[in-house]
Design a binder for this molecule. Structure first.
Ligand SMILES: [Mg+2]
Length: 206
């Protein structure tokens, strides 16, 4: 009997515990996007409704959270010093409520440069595709622009596009409490392609 048990346990490969990632955009997703689209001072830092509690629930339920943000011309159009102050304060406020970000990826190029690191391209996170500890099926991207859903599509994961107060964006319909409820209930993540189609129906610019 003991021998059988030993043989059985030897036959079982050690199982890797996989964790899903919730990729999140920053401006217009975690914090509100100001009219000039640049958060280069403390007074421009405003959080989206419900985002802190939603992310704390999602993290507690087992998701890692990773920021992927395009910051056009950071270091040129506006300085890293001006960016870092409000950015670090944002991270501290999240941390004070138990939300920590596993990684923060920032692309500083302009759209016309066509960099492979700029969303919707996935150059900043492509190395994660080889990570056997990531549960891709339950991973998703949350953003406020159609390029965020295209990033999800390129990465092979689902997407949630947020309702925006900016009429020029108007991509999606999700709000943070709904996203947390959806994920915690174990519902499948919306397919990126469907979020893209819905955004186009809403009149979002591609
Ligand atoms: Mg955004």
């Amino acid at each position: 009997m003991q021998k059988t048990q030993a043989q059985t346990s030897n036959a079982v490969e050690p199982k890797i515990k996989k964790r899903p990632i919730l990729f999140v955009d920053r401006d217009g997703t975690l914090i509100k996007e100001p009219e000039d689209y640049i958060i280069d001072s403390y007074h421009k830092l405003r959080f989206l409704p419900g985002v802190i509690i939603a992310l704390s629930q999602i993290q507690a339920a087992g998701w890692d959270i990773v920021i992927v943000t395009n910051q056009d011309g950071l270091g040129e159009r506006y300085s890293w010093d001006d960016f870092n102050g409000p950015h670090e304060l944002m991270l501290e406020i999240f941390a004070s409520q138990g939300v920590t970000f596993k990684e923060v990826f920032i692309d500083t190029t302009y759209r016309h440069q066509g960099a492979h690191t700029r969303k919707p391209e996935i150059g900043l996170v492509a190395h994660l595709k080889d990570d056997p500890t990531i549960d891709w099926e339950r991973s998703a991207m949350v953003g406020d622009r159609i390029t965020d859903a295209q990033f999800a599509e390129n990465l092979g994961i689902g997407a949630f596009l947020l309702a925006s107060s900016d009429p020029n964006l108007h991509c999606g319909t999700w709000v943070w409490p709904q996203i947390a409820q959806h994920l915690l209930a174990g519902h499948p993540v919306p397919k990126a392609q469907e979020e893209i189609a819905a955004a186009k129906d809403l009149g979002a610019q591609v």
